[in-house]
Design a protein around this ligand. Structure first.
Ligand SMILES: *Cc1c(COP(=O)(O)O)cnc(C)c1O
Length: 441
């Protein structure tokens, strides 16, 4: 599989180079600010159409990864990656003839982001196996930082630097810190999350430093974090296909649009799907772009589904590259929806009353959007798979009030509440970051 830049004519990269370089070169032919996207997406139908509910998630990932990466990843490596990444699985729950729920919150931090992060960490370890080392530098906040610490801890050859904005750091086990013999280096930046992201881009583009330490990132700028999210869409399809009567849709709670883009890759792999609902909250200016208009970011509106409170999706370039290729097809494939705070609360209540499932507010946005979507198209009944992206107990106050139930946090998520001290506190400058890293090695 080859990757190209969304900007300019930078040379194509192999899977390994895309994983390890993370960002396309700004140099000859390339334009700064581009992101890697697959240059061609292979038809994978022969590999997944025969699968059924007996295929486990690691089996599915191993089969698809080795066929996707023929020549770069043999079946044995792919199986090792799938086994070491996934000791958790998605779960498809059929609600009725019209709706299923794809639960993606069974990973170590209770959000779907664990799927992409875990795969990337296992892939990087496998790619470098005993021959070289790499440094993963990522902007971190909240759960995503914990997800990265979990996925990368103890992985051979991978030093992992997590850059936190001001605030408390939670959920890193002390034994995994570099200062205690582990491989995780949490650094606090006197600045915002955007400052942390700018430092990641800055350090990757400081080529002498980046090449010396083999620097890459586990943020979604890395295409290998996003691509494996396509696998759970296929997992849902091979389980849902036995009860599908008509058209198939997915409803995706969308903030940065990584999850939705992964669904589009699953479609390009050959998954028979009729469309995707891009479920947004009050921060839905991006819907204009999806309908074919011009994207003008609005100012941020805080809502009760905070992971979707994003005004400028960083995956804009990736999504736009689909529209550049075939704008009319895309307009008949992706349907924006805007859900209010009140509708989100009502959806949590309705999901409990009608189906006895507890939804977190982000999943509830997708549930509400699916409910609004016309169910009967051209006389054929549609079925919508709703992506449940977060564990309901992580937003217990809201979920309990809306549902009248008590969402219980699983034991394994409790350690996420433990505080941790950064190894260094730095000004938001590249020199300060490079100095802090050097002093930890
Ligand atoms: C990150 C997140 C989202 C948004 O996903 P994107 O890929 O950014 O669109 C939705 N729900 C939860 C629980 C999240 O953590």
């Amino acid at each position: 599989m080859r990757f190209k830049s969304t900007r300019g004519t930078a040379p194509e990269a192999s899977f390994k180079d895309a994983a390890l370089r993370c960002l396309p070169p700004a140099g000859p032919g390339g334009i700064p600010g581009g992101l890697y996207v697959p240059s061609t997406v292979p038809d994978m139908r022969q590999f997944f159409l025969h699968m059924d509910e007996k295929t486990s998630y690691p089996e599915l990932v191993a089969t698809l990864a080795s066929s996707l990466l023929q020549g770069e990843f043999n079946p044995l490596s792919a199986a090792r990656v799938a086994e070491s990444a996934f000791n958790f699985e998605p779960e498809l729950i059929r609600l009725d003839n019209h709706f299923s729920l794809l639960s993606l919150y069974n990973g170590p931090t209770g959000t779907f982001k664990d799927f992409g992060v875990a795969f990337l960490a296992a892939v990087l370890e496998e790619l470098l196996k005993n021959t070289s080392s790499a440094m993963i530098i990522s902007a971190a906040r909240g759960d995503t930082g914990i997800s990265m610490a979990r996925a990368f801890q103890g992985r051979k050859g991978l030093t992992t630097v997590l850059l936190y904005p001001r605030g408390t750091i939670y959920g890193i086990e002390s034994g995994s810190l570099a200062s205690q013999g582990g491989n995780i280096i949490p650094i606090q930046v006197k600045g915002t999350y955007d400052d942390c992201q700018a430092l990641v881009t800055g350090i990757i583009n400081d080529r002498p430093f980046a090449e010396r330490y083999n620097v890459t990132s586990a943020n979604t700028i890395n295409p290998i974090r996003l691509l494996p999210q396509a696998f759970y869409y296929l997992y849902a399809f091979i389980r849902a296909k036995k009860y599908l009567l008509g058209d198939l849709f997915f409803s995706v709670p969308s903030g940065n649009f990584g999850n939705l883009i992964a669904g589009l890759y699953a479609w390009k792999f050959g998954m028979p799907v009729n469309g995707f609902i891009a479920a947004m909250n009050a921060n839905n200016a991006f819907g204009e772009f999806i309908r074919g208009g011009v994207f003008t970011p609005h100012s941020l509106v805080p809502t009760n589904s905070p992971a979707l409170d994003i005004t400028q999706p960083s995956n804009y370039e990736r999504l736009a590259s689909f529209y550049k290729e075939s704008p009319a097809v895309m307009r008949s494939m992706v349907f924006p929806a805007a859900i209010s705070n009140d509708e989100t609360v009502a959806a949590i209540k309705q999901a409990w009353n009608e189906y006895h499932v507890l939804l977190d507010p982000h999943s509830a946005v997708a549930f509400a959007a699916a409910g609004k979507f016309p169910r009967l198209k051209d006389g054929s009944d549609t079925h919508t798979v709703i992506l449940a992206t977060g564990h309901p107990a992580k937003e217990a106050e809201l979920v309990n009030a809306a549902s009248g139930q008590t969402a219980a946090l699983p034991e394994k998520l409790l350690v996420m509440r433990k505080r941790c001290e950064p190894i260094a506190l730095i000004d938001p400058h590249l020199d300060a970051l490079e100095g802090a890293i050097a002093s930890c090695l």
